[in-house]
Design a protein around this ligand. Structure first.
Ligand SMILES: *[C@@H]1O[C@H](CO)[C@@H](O)[C@H](O)[C@H]1NC(C)=O
Ligand SMILES: *[C@@H]1O[C@H](CO)[C@@H](O)[C@H](O)[C@H]1NC(C)=O
Ligand SMILES: *[C@@H]1O[C@H](CO)[C@@H](O)[C@H](O)[C@H]1NC(C)=O
Ligand SMILES: *[C@@H]1O[C@H](CO)[C@@H](O)[C@H](O)[C@H]1NC(C)=O
Ligand SMILES: *[C@@H]1O[C@H](CO)[C@@H](O)[C@H](O)[C@H]1NC(C)=O
Ligand SMILES: *[C@@H]1O[C@H](CO)[C@@H](O)[C@H](O)[C@H]1NC(C)=O
Ligand SMILES: [Zn+2]
Length: 243
């Protein structure tokens, strides 16, 4: 019931920005639509540093977007995902097994999206509207498959460099070099799998605030598009919940 009401509400809004273009292909976003908006994104979880990250976010009053991946049916990832959702962070798709989607055919791409969507629908009750393709890699087939599922594709315009092995000092320097001011907008790529990211995060938030950024989730960053294409009650685990 709630889901039906929410979806109807989305349909009536008439967003300024669309998930899917007129040709049926997913729209690709690299930055927020409004000046001074910054969307912090964390890829590759759920991982053991998730609670350290959300603690820092909560302490600083920041909400973020987590692009999650892989088999999430174990107890720990299930708990992490429910907690993320409850604490007001946005959940996005980062595929089921993190392949370079541009090397796959359409049915393989579809399976990568659908397996994760099914798991998130079961565990949390949501199907994410935003896809972060692994390595930021996509082609027309990816946009067609994502578009058919009413998803958009989100990359970034600021890479913290954490996945390249940067330490906390270097990560902060990357933000300094990548800052877009005055009145810039930023989608910042981070990964929740690096301890140096956790170490750098309080300073990054302080620096960005100092530069005049407002922290927003992906939904607000993209002009108020829905975060999810479906919201229902979570399911109840059974034998079909496996990788
Ligand atoms: C977030 O921080 C506030 C205080 O600012 C606290 O009341 C609240 O319980 C915290 N929430 C979580 C989920 O940690
Ligand atoms: C995104 O942020 C907006 C503005 O704070 C909020 O209304 C909305 O519920 C958030 N969406 C999600 C999925 O957390
Ligand atoms: C996609 O690739 C897989 C693996 O190579 C193959 O089994 C399948 O037949 C291909 N599907 C299509 C529609 O080309
Ligand atoms: C971070 O990396 C830089 C460059 O490799 C190095 O000079 C610096 O000592 C490192 N900082 C820490 C705290 O390890
Ligand atoms: C930045 O935004 C402020 C407030 O909207 C505006 O007054 C100022 O002219 C803008 N600066 C630039 C360089 O766009
Ligand atoms: C992060 O982990 C690496 C490798 O395990 C270690 O060398 C480094 O000291 C850790 N950094 C922090 C801030 O814990
Ligand atoms: Zn990734």
């Amino acid at each position: 019931m709630l889901a039906a009401v929410l979806i109807t509400a989305f349909a009536g809004v008439g967003y300024a920005h669309t998930l899917t273009a007129a040709d049926g292909k997913a729209t690709v976003y690299t930055t927020c639509v409004q000046e001074t908006h910054c969307a912090l994104t964390f890829d590759d979880g759920p991982y053991i540093f998730n609670s350290d990250i959300t603690k820092i976010l909560n302490d600083t009053g920041v909400t973020a977007t987590f692009f999650v991946r892989d088999c999430i049916y174990d107890d720990a990832p299930q708990e992490t995902l429910k907690k993320l959702y409850k604490e007001g962070h946005q959940i996005g798709s980062h595929t089921w097994s993190h392949p370079d989607l541009a090397t796959l055919n359409q049915s393989q791409i579809a399976a990568e999206l659908d397996k994760l969507d099914l798991a998130l629908k079961r565990i949390v009750g949501v199907i994410p509207a935003c896809l972060r393709p692994p390595y930021g890699s996509y082609n027309d087939d990816v946009l067609t498959v994502a578009g058919a599922r009413n998803k958009c594709v989100v990359t970034w315009n600021m890479d913290s460099g954490d996945s390249a092995g940067k330490n906390a000092t270097e990560i902060k320097a990357a933000y300094e070099a990548g800052k877009k001011t005055p009145n810039g907008t930023m989608i910042a790529l981070n990964h929740e799998t690096y301890n140096e990211t956790v170490k750098a995060l309080p300073d990054i938030i302080a620096i960005l605030k100092d530069w005049g950024y407002q922290f927003v989730n992906m939904s607000t960053c993209l002009g108020g598009i829905p975060a999810y294409t479906s919201i229902t009650d979570p399911g109840k685990a059974d034998a079909t919940w496996h990788c």
